[in-house]
Design a binder for this molecule. Structure first.
Ligand SMILES: CC(C)(COP(=O)(O)OP(=O)(O)OC[C@H]1O[C@@H](n2cnc3c(N)ncnc32)[C@H](O)[C@@H]1OP(=O)(O)O)[C@@H](O)C(=O)NCCC(=O)NCCS
Length: 147
C-alpha cells in the first residue's frame, strides 16, 4: 500500500538510504515535511505487513518538480514496487498542475534508467560532477503532454 510518509517511518528510511546510497537526505528534511516547514517536499512509502518496502520523495512548486530520492529495499526489488511508487508520484504531481518532472540518475544505474524510460522519461542533459564522489548526473525529464 502506498501512503504518505509518517513520523514512525523516518528512522527506517534514514538507515535504508545510508545503506543503499551511502548517505541520507537526513532526519530533519523528512521531519520538516511533516511539520509543514518544507511544504514543497512530499514523501510516500510503500508499506506491507508494517514493513517499509520502498520510498520516494518529490519537490514541486507551481511550475517545476524534481524527484528527491527513490529506492526499493533489496529484498523487494523486481516486483514492480518501484514502478508503482513512481507512477503514484507522477499522478500526484501532474494532478497538481505541474507539467514536467525532472530527475537525476547516475549514468551506470541501468536498472533505474530502464524504469524511467519505461515510464516515458527522456534523457535531457548531463550535469557535470553532480555527485559527492565527482560522478556526473544524467538528467531525465517527463513531460505531461507526452503521456
Ligand atoms: C531502481 C529501483 C528503485 C527499481 O525498483 P524495483 O521495484 O526493483 O523496480 P520494478 O520492479 O518496479 O521495475 C520496473 C521496471 O524497471 C526496470 N528494471 C528495474 N530493475 C531492473 C533490473 N534489475 N534490471 C533491468 N531492468 C530493471 C524494468 O524495465 C522493469 O520493468 P519489467 O519488470 O516489466 O521488466 C531499485 O532497483 C532500487 O532501489 N535501486 C537502488 C536505488 C536507486 O538506484 N534509486 C534510484 C536513484 S536515481
Amino acid at each position: 500500500m502506498i501512503r504518505p510518509l509518517e513520523e514512525k517511518d523516518i528512522n527506517t528510511i534514514v538507515l535504508d538510504e545510508e545503506r543503499i546510497f551511502g548517505e541520507s537526505l537526513g532526519y530533519s528534511m523528512l521531519h520538516n515535511t511533516l511539520t509543514g516547514e518544507d511544504p514543497l517536499n512530499h514523501f510516500f512509502v510503500d508499506e506491507e505487513d508494517s514493513k517499509i518496502r520502498g520510498y520516494i520523495g518529490v519537490w514541486f512548486d507551481e511550475k517545476n518538480s524534481m524527484i528527491l530520492n527513490f529506492y526499493v529495499g533489496e529484498e523487494y526489488r523486481r516486483q514492480h514496487i518501484g514502478e508503482k511508487l513512481m507512477r503514484h508520484v507522477i499522478d500526484y504531481v501532474f494532478n497538481s498542475g505541474v507539467d514536467t518532472i525532472t530527475l537525476e540518475v547516475r549514468p551506470h544505474n541501468l536498472d533505474a534508467i530502464d524504469l524511467y524510460r519505461k515510464l516515458g522519461f527522456e534523457y535531457s542533459y548531463k550535469r557535470k560532477y553532480y555527485y559527492n564522489d565527482g560522478e556526473d548526473a544524467h538528467i531525465y525529464i517527463l513531460y505531461k503532454e507526452m503521456l
